[in-house]
Design a binder for this molecule. Structure first.
Ligand code: BG6
Length: 469
């Protein structure tokens, strides 16, 4: 029961994710009364940030920055339950003691929820520590991606996890799946009779999943240097988006059915072809603090994916993402086939562009359908016109949850519909394997641009579809 008292343990509590998302998310959930009435949060990491008081003060500063309607009173109530204990892969005694003490204080029904937000290389030994100290017992564990760094490390991580935890205790998080607008892909496809009949190779000519980001590495040099954009974004977030777009209709909206369909889908995805992958690195990256002078790490990736099944055979899926690019967007574009007959070719305003269905997965999500319509006037001239659905307007009184809030809530409810399985993660690494073995050289691109030139040609003559924002 979600209302049972909880002890939350956040590993990586002084890290970037904890500061930007986890503590702000927990604070907002507690303020809206969604967290259990009784809880303790124990932050953990290798180095102590000082006294508990100092840790809370530091957190207050960042939560204030990332939560618009921060207020001191509710923060004080929330923060009173936060403390910090050091732990490392070699030693978790002090932390385990603190967790036991908190459990005792909150009573027999108290549950444990552990959040592992640590670099991929420390994840496996940390799991060992959780087993040795007993912290793993009856606990749920949330893991932050990337899950390993290739097929063999992810297998070994999964094996290590399964020595200590049952799969039913594990929640592998991909926060893109917590975004309201991503869940809307499922709603649009399976709650409407309008789209699914045309959702296939007979009607869709191309799909683009485009996630350019304006931000650079923002103090995350160590992470970027060891992970790179391919592992950070493609093998995780962008493939998960592809999964939701391309899977077959699940028999019901349950974790099990979705997993079954995602598994089938990723089985049908062709392992990536390195010659259809472009890596880029923004100019000035090597001069960033803590980046190697000769770093070859990619900060940009564009690639082509093929899904070899009856629904999608022959439809190119183009994926692109990068740091320090011209705009921050999360756009999914589905381009439809041309009508069989061109009756209106003579029209002046008409450039022959096909219909497109566009999801904008931003903070202000919208769905647009680009149509051809007759331009009012004496001639039968065609022009583009748009049907637009802005979710913030259509559902003005709704209160959207931020992705991490949503997913934390799902863990509390034991609902794993939006989480990924061990098998799925391994399959994704298998698909990525050819690129990891033979990574293309990262080509330079200017900050604020759309990436290296070679990436521009990848989608063919129509190029990357970047709708006006
Ligand atoms: C994270 C990546 O998982 O997602 C970051 O590690 C990336 O590199 C971020 O910037 C993007 O998430 P969002 O929710 O801001 O689009």
């Amino acid at each position: 029961d979600a209302l049972d008292p909880h002890v939350f343990v956040i590993f990586g509590a002084t890290g970037d994710l904890a500061k930007r998302k986890l503590f702000p998310g927990l604070y907002r959930l507690s303020r809206s009364g969604i967290l259990p009435g009784e809880f303790r949060i124990i932050g953990s990491g290798r180095h102590s940030p000082g006294t508990d008081e100092e840790f809370r003060d530091r957190l207050a500063e960042s939560v204030r920055k990332f939560v618009d309607d921060f207020d001191d009173e509710s923060w004080e109530r929330f923060a009173a339950r936060i403390s910090f204990r050091t732990s490392s892969k070699d030693d978790g005694t002090e932390l385990a003691e603190a967790v036991r003490a908190a459990q005792k204080e909150l009573g027999d029904r108290t549950k444990k929820l552990l959040y592992l937000s640590v670099p991929p290389s420390t994840m496996e030994p940390m799991v060992g520590m959780l087993g040795e100290t007993g912290l793993a017992e009856n606990a749920r564990l949330i893991l932050e991606k990337p899950f390993g760094s290739d097929l063999s490390t992810s297998r070994s991580l999964n094996a290590a996890l399964h020595e200590v935890f049952g799969e039913e205790q594990l929640f592998r998080i991909d926060h893109f799946l917590g975004k309201e607008s991503v869940q809307n892909i499922l709603a649009l496809r399976f709650a409407n009779g309008l789209f699914e009949p045309v959702w296939n190779r007979h009607h869709i000519a191309y799909v683009q999943i485009d996630v350019p980001e304006e931000i650079g590495i923002e103090g995350r040099a160590a992470f970027m240097e060891s992970t790179g954009t391919f592992r950070d974004m493609i093998s995780t977030h962008l493939f998960q988006l592809l999964g939701f777009l391309a899977l077959e209709p699940p028999v019901r909206l349950s974790a099990e059915s979705l997993r079954t369909e995602k598994r089938k889908l990723f089985q049908a995805v062709r392992p990536l072809d390195p010659s259809r992958v472009v890596f880029g690195q923004y100019s000035g990256y090597r001069q960033e603090t803590d980046v190697a002078d000769d770093s070859e790490v990619e900060t940009f990736v564009a690639l082509e994916v093929w899904v070899d099944n009856w629904r999608w055979k022959g439809v190119p899926f183009l994926l692109r993402t990068g740091k320090s690019m011209g705009q921050s967007r999360r756009t999914i574009t589905l381009g439809f086939s041309e009508p069989p007959l061109r009756m209106f070719d003579h029209a002046e305003h008409f450039d022959g562009a096909p219909n497109e269905l566009v999801f904008e997965l931003t903070e202000d999500p919208k769905l647009t359908i680009d149509l051809r319509a007759k331009r009012p006037g004496p001639a039968l001239e065609l022009d583009h016109a748009q049907l637009e659905l802005r979710f913030s307007e259509a559902f003005a009184d709704a209160e959207p949850l931020e992705a991490y809030e949503r997913l934390l809530l799902d863990v509390l409810r034991d609902d794993r519909t939006l989480f990924t399985s061990a098998e799925e993660v391994e399959r994704l690494w298998e698909l990525c394997d050819p690129v990891l073995r033979e990574p293309p050289r990262a080509q330079p691109y200017a900050r604020g641009s759309w990436g290296p030139e070679d990436a521009a040609g990848l989608p063919g003559p129509r190029g990357w579809r970047v709708p006006e924002s």
